[in-house]
Design a protein around this ligand. Structure first.
Ligand code: ATP
Ligand code: MG
Length: 335
């Protein structure tokens, strides 16, 4: 915390994070990001963004975009982001993100961008056309964070490399134009990386390997029944290794400490089978996700409230963004 010069009160440090409207949010987003965001609401000044400019770096349906953005806002709120205690807004409604992005491309090393594993993975997924936007994605992410001078960025482990890149861009800008931005630090949750149901790739909106936050109880049951578990446990009495089992990782996000211990011990000693282990997880996951689904349905029935929250967030962020950009332009001799 820093002292605020005019009021003498302690000013909270700022948190920024974003989520792409590329599909329905899933339990990986929940455990790696949103659930963690909720824990930060009181300690930090929190800004959360639906990053639609990031989502257009891969093929998408323009007709679906508005609905996806709204769905992402509502799901974040349903999952616990109380708009009274944080700011929720939409990236493309604040054009300064793209202005700062261009400026930061001049502080970004091409060689560093060229090492990004997400670019390599996503180029493989979209071989038909790999956009330069996908390549520059980390620069836009750096702009998102620096525009609000955020010092903390709660993300999943898959964003570690991008955040390190943001830090390097931040250092280069500060060294060239004077101390302007704090160097952003990551904050990770207890489940920073959840694998997909097939246990081969990370759970992703753009791969069909997830449990959605909107899946109903029967769908959750079905998906978990078929989900990959520790391959060493072929028969009921084969002992397993919980640390390598994605079902156990999910327990860590949804079950009580006693149940996690029960699952770990039972797996190691073959005291319980994978079916018992999955049944317990299914019960807990449904207990967490059902209230989220219900709150989502309530929000869906109240579009004016959601529009108001987005409008308020856009307004606050536009003001903050313009303040930063005025400083950036001045320091760079642009205006
Ligand atoms: P896409 O497949 O379109 O990239 P995504 O599922 O990776 O979508 P993002 O919107 O890119 O979701 O990421 C939003 C946040 O969720 C980020 O902080 C990211 O690190 C986190 N996250 C995404 N997937 C996982 C996962 N499997 N485990 C933990 N955290 C995750
Ligand atoms: Mg992603």
């Amino acid at each position: 915390m820093t002292d605020s010069a005019d009021t003498g009160e302690k000013k909270k440090e700022r948190v920024f994070s974003g989520i792409q409207p590329t599909g329905t949010l899933h339990i990986g987003n929940y455990l790696g990001a949103i659930q963690n965001w909720v824990t930060l609401l009181d300690e930090y000044e929190c800004i959360f963004c639906i990053v639609d400019y990031h989502a257009i770096t891969v093929p998408y349906e323009p007709d679906e975009m508005q609905e996806r953005v709204r769905q992402a806002v509502m799901l974040n709120m349903a999952a616990g982001l109380d708009p009274e205690r944080c700011t929720l807004f939409v990236q493309s409604h604040v054009p300064q993100h793209t202005e700062l992005c261009w400026i930061l491309t001049t502080c970004a090393a091409w060689g560093h961008l060229n090492r990004m594993t997400q670019f390599k993975e996503k180029s493989e997924q979209h071989k038909e056309f790999v956009s330069a936007g996908l390549f520059a994605y980390p620069v836009l992410m750096a702009a998102d964070i620096l525009l609000y001078k955020a010092s903390q960025v709660p993300v999943g482990e898959d964003q570690t490399q991008h955040l390190e890149f943001s830090r390097e861009v931040c250092r280069r800008f500060n060294a060239r134009f004077g101390d302007t931005f704090p160097e952003p630090e990551p904050i990770y949750s207890d489940v920073p990386r959840l694998m997909g149901l097939e246990s081969k790739n990370k759970m992703s909106k753009s791969l069909n390997n997830y449990i959605s936050l909107l899946d109903d109880p029967d769908t959750i049951k079905e998906k978990l029944k078929r989900a990959a578990h520790d391959p060493a446990r072929v028969r009921r009495d084969d002992p397993g290794t919980p640390e390598i089992c994605n079902i156990f990782t999910m327990h860590q996000g949804f079950s009580s400490p006693e149940e996690i211990e029960w699952a770990a011990e039972g797996c190691r000693t073959a005291g319980i089978g994978c079916i018992d282990c999955k049944k317990c997880l299914t019960k807990n996951m449904i207990a967490t996700l059902e209230p989220i689904r219900q709150r989502y349905q309530e929000l869906e029935a109240n579009p004016d409230k959601v529009n108001d929250i987005i409008r308020q967030g856009d307004k606050f962020c536009s003001e903050q963004a313009e303040k930063t950009m005025a400083e950036v332009r001045r320091r760079m001799g642009l205006r």
